[in-house]
Every structure is written in structure tokens, then in C-alpha cells.
Design a binder for this molecule. Sequence first.
Ligand SMILES: [Zn+2]
Ligand SMILES: [Zn+2]
Length: 150
Amino acid sequence: MTAPHTGGCRCGAVRFEASAEPHHISYCHCSDCRRASGAPVSAFVGFMAEQVALDGKALKRFENGPVTRSFCGICGSPIAYTDERLANQIYFMLGAMDMPAYFRPTLHAHVREQLPFLHMPDDLPRHLRTSVPRPDRQRPDGQRPDGTQS
Ligand SMILES: [Zn+2]
Ligand SMILES: [Zn+2]
């Protein structure tokens, strides 16, 4: 199967289409995704935003710091995650894709927060925290949070 890749919410009011292959497919074990999804682990399919067409009339957004999560305002299905530190990228919930079996995750992120009873016996790379580096947020004195000079 090749692009375009389509997806949407449970009721069909939100639909999207990506014209290219994803650049990122991962599991996320963080507690924020857990709250947002209600599931013990989330999975995401990342595309470049300019490759995505999103029919957003029913879309609602919840902003939390740099992170915005979107969901269907009618049926409540979680749809996507964006982070202003990751410009031009959009991460769709894997379960929102029409053909989810095509998008095999390649890594686990935030395994420090993985639930102790959740066992996923694969050989994928496991990142203790994020798998996608965010740019350092510099402090006004030019020092990075770890104390090194930029
Ligand atoms: Zn819906
Ligand atoms: Zn997460």
C-alpha cells in the first residue's frame, strides 16, 4: 500500500488524508498520552503537516503548553498531536488510520512511564524519554538547562 493514507474519527465527521509516507511510527508510554487516549499505551503515525489535508470542521483542540491535541467534537475520538517545538509535523493516533495494520511502530518512547503489567515482547528500540529531540529551550543568560554554554 502506498500514499495517500486516509483516516478519521469513529463517527466520520473528521477525515484526513496524507499524500506521503509517514516519517515516524512509534508507541508512546507517557502518562499524558495515557490520559488523553484512555488506553494503557498510545501509538502515533507522524507526517509532515504540508503533506496532510484535514477536514477540521468538527475538530476540537486542547492546548497544554507547547502541545496541542485534537479530537472529534462530536464522537470524542482522539485524532492528532502537535508540538510547537516540532514545527510542521503532525502525529496522528495510529488507531485513527483507516488501515492501521499498515503502520508498524518502529520504537517505544517514554518507557520510564510504561505500566508495569504491560508486556510488549518485541525487539524495537526503547527510549526512556522522548524519541524525537526537541530543540533546547535556551535561557535568557545563554545557558542551557544543563549548565553548558550554547
Ligand atoms: Zn467523530
Ligand atoms: Zn506520549
